[in-house]
Design a protein. Structure first.
Length: 422
Protein backbone atom coordinates (compact mmCIF):
# COMPACT_ATOMS: atom_id res chain seq x y z
CA UNK A 1 0.00 0.00 0.00
CA UNK A 2 1.31 3.44 -0.93
CA UNK A 3 2.07 5.78 1.96
CA UNK A 4 -0.08 8.92 2.03
CA UNK A 5 1.13 11.82 4.15
CA UNK A 6 -1.17 14.66 5.16
CA UNK A 7 0.82 17.89 5.61
CA UNK A 8 -0.69 20.57 7.83
CA UNK A 9 -0.35 24.22 6.85
CA UNK A 10 1.88 26.39 4.71
CA UNK A 11 4.70 26.72 7.25
CA UNK A 12 8.48 26.49 7.38
CA UNK A 13 9.97 23.15 6.20
CA UNK A 14 6.74 21.86 4.61
CA UNK A 15 8.14 22.55 1.13
CA UNK A 16 11.23 20.45 1.92
CA UNK A 17 9.16 17.69 3.53
CA UNK A 18 6.91 17.64 0.46
CA UNK A 19 9.74 17.52 -2.06
CA UNK A 20 11.56 14.73 -0.22
CA UNK A 21 8.34 12.74 0.17
CA UNK A 22 7.55 12.98 -3.53
CA UNK A 23 11.12 11.89 -4.37
CA UNK A 24 10.45 8.78 -2.27
CA UNK A 25 7.21 8.02 -4.11
CA UNK A 26 4.96 9.04 -1.21
CA UNK A 27 1.55 10.51 -2.08
CA UNK A 28 1.27 14.01 -0.57
CA UNK A 29 -1.78 15.99 0.53
CA UNK A 30 -1.68 19.53 1.97
CA UNK A 31 -4.48 21.10 3.97
CA UNK A 32 -4.98 24.66 5.20
CA UNK A 33 -7.54 27.45 4.87
CA UNK A 34 -5.57 29.37 2.21
CA UNK A 35 -6.40 29.49 -1.47
CA UNK A 36 -4.12 27.47 -3.73
CA UNK A 37 -2.77 30.77 -5.10
CA UNK A 38 -1.69 31.83 -1.61
CA UNK A 39 -0.36 28.44 -0.53
CA UNK A 40 2.78 27.47 -2.51
CA UNK A 41 2.92 24.05 -0.88
CA UNK A 42 -0.58 23.24 -2.15
CA UNK A 43 0.77 23.82 -5.64
CA UNK A 44 3.52 21.25 -4.96
CA UNK A 45 1.26 18.53 -3.54
CA UNK A 46 -0.46 15.64 -5.32
CA UNK A 47 -3.73 16.76 -3.72
CA UNK A 48 -4.93 19.54 -1.43
CA UNK A 49 -7.82 20.16 0.93
CA UNK A 50 -9.30 23.53 1.89
CA UNK A 51 -9.72 22.60 5.56
CA UNK A 52 -8.17 24.65 8.37
CA UNK A 53 -5.69 22.78 10.58
CA UNK A 54 -7.84 23.73 13.57
CA UNK A 55 -10.82 21.72 12.24
CA UNK A 56 -9.64 18.52 13.88
CA UNK A 57 -12.94 16.59 13.71
CA UNK A 58 -13.33 17.26 9.99
CA UNK A 59 -9.69 16.41 9.29
CA UNK A 60 -9.97 13.15 11.25
CA UNK A 61 -12.98 12.03 9.22
CA UNK A 62 -11.45 13.11 5.90
CA UNK A 63 -8.12 11.40 6.72
CA UNK A 64 -9.89 8.10 7.40
CA UNK A 65 -11.83 8.35 4.14
CA UNK A 66 -8.69 9.17 2.14
CA UNK A 67 -6.56 6.40 3.62
CA UNK A 68 -3.98 8.74 5.12
CA UNK A 69 -1.07 6.79 6.68
CA UNK A 70 0.89 9.63 8.36
CA UNK A 71 0.56 13.30 9.40
CA UNK A 72 3.37 15.88 9.40
CA UNK A 73 3.90 19.63 9.62
CA UNK A 74 6.72 22.16 9.78
CA UNK A 75 7.76 24.65 12.45
CA UNK A 76 4.39 26.00 13.59
CA UNK A 77 3.03 25.77 17.12
CA UNK A 78 -0.60 25.68 15.92
CA UNK A 79 0.13 22.98 13.36
CA UNK A 80 2.24 20.99 15.82
CA UNK A 81 -0.69 20.82 18.25
CA UNK A 82 -3.02 19.73 15.45
CA UNK A 83 -0.44 17.20 14.22
CA UNK A 84 -0.16 15.66 17.68
CA UNK A 85 -3.92 15.45 18.21
CA UNK A 86 -4.59 13.93 14.79
CA UNK A 87 -1.90 11.29 15.30
CA UNK A 88 -3.55 10.32 18.60
CA UNK A 89 -6.99 10.03 17.03
CA UNK A 90 -5.78 8.13 13.97
CA UNK A 91 -3.43 5.82 15.86
CA UNK A 92 -0.32 7.13 14.09
CA UNK A 93 3.10 7.52 15.73
CA UNK A 94 4.02 11.00 16.99
CA UNK A 95 7.69 11.37 17.84
CA UNK A 96 7.23 13.14 21.22
CA UNK A 97 5.63 11.40 24.20
CA UNK A 98 3.02 13.29 26.23
CA UNK A 99 5.51 13.75 29.07
CA UNK A 100 8.34 15.02 26.88
CA UNK A 101 5.94 17.38 25.08
CA UNK A 102 4.68 18.80 28.37
CA UNK A 103 8.20 19.40 29.70
CA UNK A 104 9.77 21.07 26.67
CA UNK A 105 6.76 23.36 26.21
CA UNK A 106 6.94 24.66 29.78
CA UNK A 107 10.11 26.61 30.53
CA UNK A 108 9.80 26.11 34.29
CA UNK A 109 9.32 22.34 34.04
CA UNK A 110 12.22 22.13 31.59
CA UNK A 111 14.48 24.06 33.93
CA UNK A 112 13.56 21.74 36.82
CA UNK A 113 14.50 18.74 34.69
CA UNK A 114 17.81 20.40 33.75
CA UNK A 115 18.66 20.88 37.41
CA UNK A 116 17.66 17.28 38.14
CA UNK A 117 20.12 15.94 35.57
CA UNK A 118 22.98 18.36 36.26
CA UNK A 119 22.51 20.61 33.22
CA UNK A 120 23.64 24.18 34.12
CA UNK A 121 20.90 26.83 33.98
CA UNK A 122 20.40 30.47 34.94
CA UNK A 123 19.35 31.36 38.49
CA UNK A 124 15.58 31.79 39.05
CA UNK A 125 13.85 34.53 41.04
CA UNK A 126 10.47 34.19 42.74
CA UNK A 127 7.85 36.62 41.46
CA UNK A 128 4.14 36.50 40.65
CA UNK A 129 1.56 38.89 39.23
CA UNK A 130 1.10 40.49 42.66
CA UNK A 131 4.66 41.88 42.29
CA UNK A 132 5.29 41.96 46.03
CA UNK A 133 7.84 44.48 47.27
CA UNK A 134 9.75 41.76 49.15
CA UNK A 135 10.09 39.66 45.97
CA UNK A 136 11.12 42.67 43.90
CA UNK A 137 13.76 43.59 46.47
CA UNK A 138 15.41 40.18 46.05
CA UNK A 139 15.95 40.54 42.29
CA UNK A 140 19.56 40.70 41.04
CA UNK A 141 19.59 42.74 37.83
CA UNK A 142 19.72 42.33 34.92
CA UNK A 143 17.10 39.61 34.49
CA UNK A 144 15.23 37.91 31.64
CA UNK A 145 11.43 37.81 31.83
CA UNK A 146 9.49 35.42 29.56
CA UNK A 147 6.19 33.52 29.42
CA UNK A 148 6.57 29.98 30.74
CA UNK A 149 4.85 28.70 27.58
CA UNK A 150 6.13 31.30 25.11
CA UNK A 151 7.85 30.87 21.76
CA UNK A 152 9.53 32.96 19.04
CA UNK A 153 10.75 35.43 21.73
CA UNK A 154 7.21 36.81 22.11
CA UNK A 155 6.81 38.39 25.56
CA UNK A 156 10.56 38.16 26.29
CA UNK A 157 12.17 41.19 28.01
CA UNK A 158 15.61 42.06 29.32
CA UNK A 159 15.12 44.18 32.45
CA UNK A 160 17.77 46.34 34.12
CA UNK A 161 15.69 47.90 36.89
CA UNK A 162 12.43 47.50 38.78
CA UNK A 163 10.40 49.71 36.47
CA UNK A 164 11.40 47.65 33.42
CA UNK A 165 10.79 44.42 35.34
CA UNK A 166 7.24 45.34 36.35
CA UNK A 167 6.33 46.38 32.80
CA UNK A 168 8.04 43.34 31.27
CA UNK A 169 6.44 40.94 33.73
CA UNK A 170 2.95 42.26 33.04
CA UNK A 171 3.48 41.94 29.28
CA UNK A 172 4.86 38.39 29.59
CA UNK A 173 1.94 37.48 31.85
CA UNK A 174 -0.57 38.73 29.27
CA UNK A 175 1.14 36.73 26.53
CA UNK A 176 1.20 33.50 28.56
CA UNK A 177 -1.75 31.15 28.04
CA UNK A 178 -0.91 29.54 31.39
CA UNK A 179 -0.55 32.97 33.06
CA UNK A 180 2.87 32.00 34.38
CA UNK A 181 6.16 33.85 33.92
CA UNK A 182 9.82 32.92 34.34
CA UNK A 183 12.22 35.48 35.84
CA UNK A 184 15.88 34.44 35.66
CA UNK A 185 19.38 35.90 35.72
CA UNK A 186 20.42 37.47 32.42
CA UNK A 187 23.74 36.35 30.94
CA UNK A 188 25.56 38.61 28.50
CA UNK A 189 27.41 36.28 26.18
CA UNK A 190 27.44 34.39 22.93
CA UNK A 191 24.61 31.96 22.32
CA UNK A 192 25.23 28.46 21.01
CA UNK A 193 22.68 26.21 19.33
CA UNK A 194 22.93 22.42 19.04
CA UNK A 195 20.63 20.50 16.68
CA UNK A 196 19.98 16.81 17.39
CA UNK A 197 18.02 13.96 15.91
CA UNK A 198 16.95 11.11 18.18
CA UNK A 199 17.07 7.47 17.10
CA UNK A 200 15.70 4.87 19.52
CA UNK A 201 16.49 7.24 22.36
CA UNK A 202 20.04 7.98 21.19
CA UNK A 203 20.86 11.67 20.53
CA UNK A 204 22.91 12.38 17.41
CA UNK A 205 24.44 15.85 17.04
CA UNK A 206 23.62 16.99 13.50
CA UNK A 207 24.64 20.65 13.47
CA UNK A 208 26.05 23.33 15.76
CA UNK A 209 26.40 27.08 15.53
CA UNK A 210 27.14 30.30 17.39
CA UNK A 211 24.78 33.28 17.50
CA UNK A 212 25.05 36.98 18.29
CA UNK A 213 21.86 38.95 18.81
CA UNK A 214 20.16 42.10 20.07
CA UNK A 215 18.11 40.67 22.90
CA UNK A 216 17.51 44.13 24.35
CA UNK A 217 15.84 45.06 21.09
CA UNK A 218 13.89 41.80 20.93
CA UNK A 219 15.98 40.31 18.10
CA UNK A 220 17.85 37.33 19.58
CA UNK A 221 19.45 36.26 16.30
CA UNK A 222 21.38 38.64 14.08
CA UNK A 223 24.69 37.04 13.14
CA UNK A 224 25.80 33.45 13.27
CA UNK A 225 28.15 30.82 12.00
CA UNK A 226 28.72 27.08 11.81
CA UNK A 227 30.21 25.03 13.31
CA UNK A 228 30.39 26.25 16.91
CA UNK A 229 33.70 27.38 18.35
CA UNK A 230 32.81 25.81 21.71
CA UNK A 231 32.86 22.07 20.97
CA UNK A 232 35.59 21.36 23.53
CA UNK A 233 33.56 23.10 26.25
CA UNK A 234 30.42 21.20 25.17
CA UNK A 235 32.19 17.85 25.47
CA UNK A 236 33.61 18.77 28.86
CA UNK A 237 30.59 20.34 30.55
CA UNK A 238 27.41 19.48 28.63
CA UNK A 239 27.68 16.21 26.72
CA UNK A 240 26.97 13.80 29.58
CA UNK A 241 24.34 15.95 31.39
CA UNK A 242 22.47 16.54 28.12
CA UNK A 243 22.41 12.82 27.31
CA UNK A 244 21.00 12.14 30.78
CA UNK A 245 18.42 14.91 30.31
CA UNK A 246 17.26 13.61 26.93
CA UNK A 247 16.95 10.09 28.31
CA UNK A 248 15.19 11.29 31.46
CA UNK A 249 12.47 13.26 29.69
CA UNK A 250 11.97 10.56 27.06
CA UNK A 251 13.38 11.91 23.79
CA UNK A 252 13.10 8.72 21.74
CA UNK A 253 12.65 10.06 18.22
CA UNK A 254 12.31 13.24 16.19
CA UNK A 255 14.40 16.39 16.06
CA UNK A 256 15.26 18.88 18.80
CA UNK A 257 17.58 21.77 19.55
CA UNK A 258 19.26 23.11 22.68
CA UNK A 259 20.22 26.77 23.15
CA UNK A 260 22.72 27.89 25.78
CA UNK A 261 24.75 30.99 26.56
CA UNK A 262 28.48 31.14 27.29
CA UNK A 263 29.26 33.62 30.06
CA UNK A 264 32.85 33.88 31.32
CA UNK A 265 33.56 30.39 30.06
CA UNK A 266 30.52 28.84 31.75
CA UNK A 267 27.44 27.53 29.88
CA UNK A 268 23.85 28.15 30.94
CA UNK A 269 21.13 26.26 29.03
CA UNK A 270 18.17 28.52 28.32
CA UNK A 271 15.78 26.55 26.11
CA UNK A 272 14.96 23.35 24.26
CA UNK A 273 12.74 23.10 21.19
CA UNK A 274 11.50 19.59 20.43
CA UNK A 275 10.56 20.11 16.78
CA UNK A 276 12.03 21.16 13.47
CA UNK A 277 14.02 24.41 13.92
CA UNK A 278 12.61 27.88 13.30
CA UNK A 279 14.89 28.41 10.31
CA UNK A 280 16.20 26.36 7.43
CA UNK A 281 19.70 25.10 8.11
CA UNK A 282 22.47 23.34 6.23
CA UNK A 283 21.06 20.02 7.50
CA UNK A 284 17.41 20.69 6.61
CA UNK A 285 17.10 17.79 4.17
CA UNK A 286 18.64 15.33 6.62
CA UNK A 287 16.40 16.26 9.55
CA UNK A 288 13.29 16.39 7.35
CA UNK A 289 14.06 12.87 6.12
CA UNK A 290 14.39 11.78 9.76
CA UNK A 291 10.89 13.13 10.45
CA UNK A 292 9.46 11.40 7.37
CA UNK A 293 11.10 8.10 8.35
CA UNK A 294 9.54 8.10 11.80
CA UNK A 295 6.11 9.14 10.51
CA UNK A 296 5.93 6.26 8.01
CA UNK A 297 7.54 3.69 10.31
CA UNK A 298 11.02 3.44 8.81
CA UNK A 299 13.62 2.75 11.51
CA UNK A 300 17.26 3.53 10.79
CA UNK A 301 20.08 2.09 12.89
CA UNK A 302 22.18 4.74 14.62
CA UNK A 303 25.38 3.66 12.87
CA UNK A 304 23.78 3.86 9.41
CA UNK A 305 22.24 7.23 10.18
CA UNK A 306 25.54 8.64 11.41
CA UNK A 307 27.15 7.47 8.18
CA UNK A 308 24.67 9.65 6.30
CA UNK A 309 25.16 12.78 8.41
CA UNK A 310 25.59 15.88 6.24
CA UNK A 311 28.97 17.58 6.19
CA UNK A 312 28.25 21.06 7.56
CA UNK A 313 30.41 23.69 5.87
CA UNK A 314 31.99 26.72 7.46
CA UNK A 315 29.23 29.31 7.17
CA UNK A 316 28.46 32.85 8.25
CA UNK A 317 24.96 34.26 8.44
CA UNK A 318 23.15 37.59 8.64
CA UNK A 319 19.55 37.49 9.83
CA UNK A 320 17.47 40.25 8.20
CA UNK A 321 14.57 41.52 10.34
CA UNK A 322 11.75 43.73 9.12
CA UNK A 323 9.35 46.11 10.80
CA UNK A 324 5.64 45.18 10.83
CA UNK A 325 3.70 46.30 7.76
CA UNK A 326 2.42 45.02 4.39
CA UNK A 327 5.05 44.35 1.73
CA UNK A 328 4.49 46.05 -1.61
CA UNK A 329 7.89 45.55 -3.25
CA UNK A 330 11.00 43.37 -2.82
CA UNK A 331 14.23 44.01 -4.74
CA UNK A 332 17.94 43.27 -4.55
CA UNK A 333 17.83 39.50 -4.03
CA UNK A 334 19.22 38.67 -7.48
CA UNK A 335 22.00 41.25 -7.06
CA UNK A 336 23.01 39.71 -3.71
CA UNK A 337 23.04 36.20 -5.21
CA UNK A 338 25.21 37.39 -8.10
CA UNK A 339 27.77 39.25 -6.02
CA UNK A 340 28.04 37.31 -2.75
CA UNK A 341 28.86 33.67 -2.13
CA UNK A 342 25.44 32.76 -0.76
CA UNK A 343 24.53 29.23 0.29
CA UNK A 344 20.95 30.14 1.17
CA UNK A 345 18.88 33.26 0.54
CA UNK A 346 15.21 32.32 0.83
CA UNK A 347 12.70 34.98 1.95
CA UNK A 348 10.00 34.01 4.44
CA UNK A 349 7.60 36.55 2.91
CA UNK A 350 6.45 37.70 -0.53
CA UNK A 351 4.82 40.83 -1.94
CA UNK A 352 1.36 41.24 -0.45
CA UNK A 353 2.20 39.53 2.83
CA UNK A 354 1.67 41.37 6.11
CA UNK A 355 4.21 41.11 8.92
CA UNK A 356 2.27 41.34 12.20
CA UNK A 357 3.27 43.51 15.14
CA UNK A 358 4.82 42.01 18.28
CA UNK A 359 5.32 38.69 16.53
CA UNK A 360 8.88 37.98 17.69
CA UNK A 361 10.95 35.90 15.30
CA UNK A 362 8.12 35.93 12.76
CA UNK A 363 9.51 39.35 11.83
CA UNK A 364 12.55 37.67 10.25
CA UNK A 365 12.49 38.31 6.50
CA UNK A 366 15.35 35.97 5.61
CA UNK A 367 18.59 34.33 6.70
CA UNK A 368 21.45 35.17 4.38
CA UNK A 369 23.78 32.17 4.76
CA UNK A 370 27.22 32.77 3.27
CA UNK A 371 30.29 30.67 2.47
CA UNK A 372 32.44 31.29 5.55
CA UNK A 373 35.67 30.57 3.66
CA UNK A 374 34.97 33.17 0.98
CA UNK A 375 33.00 35.98 2.61
CA UNK A 376 33.83 38.57 5.25
CA UNK A 377 30.68 38.96 7.35
CA UNK A 378 31.14 42.68 8.00
CA UNK A 379 31.44 43.62 4.31
CA UNK A 380 28.74 41.14 3.23
CA UNK A 381 26.35 42.62 5.79
CA UNK A 382 27.02 46.10 4.48
CA UNK A 383 26.37 44.95 0.90
CA UNK A 384 23.04 43.38 1.89
CA UNK A 385 22.03 46.52 3.80
CA UNK A 386 22.78 48.68 0.78
CA UNK A 387 21.02 46.56 -1.84
CA UNK A 388 18.11 44.70 -0.26
CA UNK A 389 14.82 46.60 -0.31
CA UNK A 390 11.57 45.46 1.30
CA UNK A 391 9.16 48.36 0.81
CA UNK A 392 5.71 49.02 2.21
CA UNK A 393 2.90 50.78 0.34
CA UNK A 394 4.43 54.18 1.25
CA UNK A 395 7.83 53.25 -0.16
CA UNK A 396 9.40 52.88 3.30
CA UNK A 397 12.13 50.24 3.57
CA UNK A 398 11.04 47.88 6.34
CA UNK A 399 14.48 46.34 6.92
CA UNK A 400 16.13 46.79 10.34
CA UNK A 401 19.73 47.30 9.27
CA UNK A 402 22.59 46.11 11.48
CA UNK A 403 26.35 46.41 11.11
CA UNK A 404 28.77 43.69 12.11
CA UNK A 405 31.87 45.33 13.59
CA UNK A 406 34.38 42.52 13.79
CA UNK A 407 37.06 44.71 15.40
CA UNK A 408 35.40 44.65 18.81
CA UNK A 409 32.78 41.98 18.05
CA UNK A 410 29.86 44.34 18.46
CA UNK A 411 26.93 45.21 16.27
CA UNK A 412 25.13 48.52 15.92
CA UNK A 413 21.66 49.34 14.71
CA UNK A 414 22.01 51.82 11.90
CA UNK A 415 20.48 55.15 12.82
CA UNK A 416 20.06 54.15 16.46
CA UNK A 417 22.21 53.82 19.56
CA UNK A 418 25.04 51.27 19.44
CA UNK A 419 24.82 48.32 21.78
CA UNK A 420 27.14 45.53 22.90
CA UNK A 421 26.70 41.84 22.28
CA UNK A 422 23.90 40.53 24.51
Amino acid sequence: MMDKILFLGNNLHVDTLLRLSKERGIYSIVTDNLSVEDSPVKQMADEYWDISVTEIDELEEKAKEAGITAVLCGASEVCMSANRELCKRLGFPFYASDEAWKIVNNKQLFKEECIKYGVPVAKDFQLDINLKASDLAAIEYPVVVKPVDGCSSIGLHICFDEEQLIAGYRDAYEKSDAKKVVVEKFFAGEEVSLLFCFVNGEPILVESGDVLGDKKGGRPFLFGGTPTNYMALIKEKLEKPLKNLFSGIGCQAGVGSIQFIIDNGEPAVIEMNYRLPGAKTMSSEFICNCMIDYAIGVTEEKEKLMGNLPVIPNTKAYCVWVNPSTISEISGLDLIKENLNTLSLNPNYKVGDTIPENSGMRQIFLYAVLDGNKEDLASATNYINENLKVLDENGVNLICKYNYEISDVTQSLIGETSFGVV
